[in-house]
Design a protein around this ligand. Structure first.
Ligand code: ADP
Ligand code: MG
Length: 257
């Protein structure tokens, strides 16, 4: 049984851009990355997986049920979605931002219990942002804000975590730190993770399976050694590359001339 199964899904935004024939099988505890050029449909695919976009019948989720058999709260308890970072208009504190992730568990009156506070505190601790709990989300660095948004998704205690370019706008050290956190969550909690990224080398060091998107289709979905080949990167990104393999890692050099 798969955690998530998509069979020949089609989706379009008012017929302007369409996702065609998307089929995917995701097993529990996998850590997968999605690569592809701008506009290839990576964010759209993530939104389809998160249940945010209209669902077709071809999606089976958790024990073979379709999305429509879950309500919003139930879905939020299964799937955590970290959208691309956007600046927050309201000066919520880091603690408040993370507590928002508990909404799916609160009662009608929205009153948080001791257990909700414990889960939020533990998660702040795990992501090393406890000391920033009272700081405004707009007053911390990009890397710290990103960790707060990941924490918000984690307190939903989901089975599947979806992240849209979690390393965008971060310096190399912070990019590595985010991926180290994801790898730890994947190993220690057995969390299933799917992350969109533009950094081919970073993802090749962390994820074994890569989904390569092109023009609204899955161009290739395979282990990294099959995906990260010159010809595939040429077809999808239209760039020349040099691929260097050493033991477990594959490094891709993009030729600029
Ligand atoms: P990626 O994340 O790979 O850059 P997206 O999934 O965001 O690509 O977008 C794929 C295409 O769909 C783009 O051409 C984009 O302009 C279009 N698109 C994205 N969101 C919407 C929307 N809400 N309404 C209409 N078109 C959209
Ligand atoms: Mg995107």
């Amino acid at each position: 049984m798969f955690l998530l199964e998509l069979n020949h899904i089609e989706f379009s935004y008012n017929n302007s851009f369409s996702m065609k024939d998307i089929s995917l099988k995701i097993k529990s505890t996998e850590f997968i990355s999605i690569l592809g050029p701008n506009g290839s449909g990576k964010s759209t695919l993530l939104k389809i997986l998160s249940g945010l976009l209209t669902q077709s019948d071809g999606i089976r989720l958790f024990k073979g049920k379709s999305y429509s058999s879950y309500n919003h709260k139930e879905l939020a308890q299964l799937i955590g979605y970290v959208p691309q970072i956007t600046s927050s208009i309201f000066p919520f504190s880091i603690y408040e931002v993370v507590m928002m992730g508990r909404t799916a568990y609160l009662n009608y009156f929205g009153i948080e219990k001791l257990n909700d506070r414990k889960i939020v505190n533990d998660t702040l601790e795990r992501l090393n942002i406890s000391h920033l709990r009272n700081k405004g989300i707009n007053e911390v660095s990009g890397g710290e804000a990103q960790r707060a948004y990941i924490a918000r998704a984690l307190v939903q205690q989901p089975k599947l975590l979806l992240l849209d370019e979690p390393n965008a706008h971060l310096d190399i050290k912070h990019q590595i730190s985010i991926f180290n956190i994801l790898a730890e969550l994947n190993k220690e909690l057995g969390l299933t993770i799917i992350a969109v990224s533009h950094d081919i080398n970073l993802v090749s060091n962390y994820t074994e399976r890569i989904i390569l998107m092109k023009e609204g289709k899955i161009f290739l979905d395979d282990k990294k050694s099959k995906v990260l080949l010159k010809k595939n990167l040429k077809s999808v990104f239209n760039v020349e590359t040099e691929i260097i393999k050493n033991d477990e890692n594959i490094n891709v050099f993009i030729k600029t001339k």
